[in-house]
Design a protein around this ligand. Structure first.
Ligand code: 5GP
Length: 116
């Protein structure tokens, strides 16, 4: 069994977060340490630790991450200028929280994809 992270508590509303969207499959909330004017995390409600743990049965839920990203990008007013979606995996990918999440970043030019 994968170990729960702070994100499971956010999904269950046991700890506060600025939740922008929630349905039966996914939850979206503002990142506590925003790296851009809009920095939102979109996560499956089911605990999947890393992208390495994704299974075919998860496809519908993972597709929902993208439709919610599109809706929230519109809501944030960043659709036209553009934004970046990022999923980090394991230490080399810079993953800190082991509950998969899509970062939606926008609201300013984000520069080159990788720095350093
Ligand atoms: P990762 O590096 O795993 O891709 O990104 C984890 C993200 O989760 C980081 O951007 C970090 O700021 C955010 N984060 C970590 N703990 C919390 C929290 O308790 N609440 C919120 N809203 N964001 C968090």
């Amino acid at each position: 069994m994968a170990e729960e992270t702070i994100f499971s508590k956010i999904i269950r509303k046991e700890i506060p977060a600025d939740i922008l969207y929630q349905d039966d499959l996914v939850t979206a909330f503002r990142d506590i340490n925003p790296r851009a004017p809009s920095h939102i995390l979109i996560i499956p409600n089911k605990l999947i630790p890393t992208v390495n743990d994704v299974e075919a049965d998860d496809e519908r839920m993972l597709g929902r991450l993208f439709t919610v990203a599109r809706q929230l990008a519109e809501q944030e007013g960043v659709s036209e200028n553009g934004y970046r979606l990022i999923m980090n995996c394991n230490p080399h990918g810079g993953q800190e929280v082991y509950h998969i999440h899509m970062h939606l970043l926008g609201g300013r030019p984000l520069g080159p994809m990788l720095v350093g």
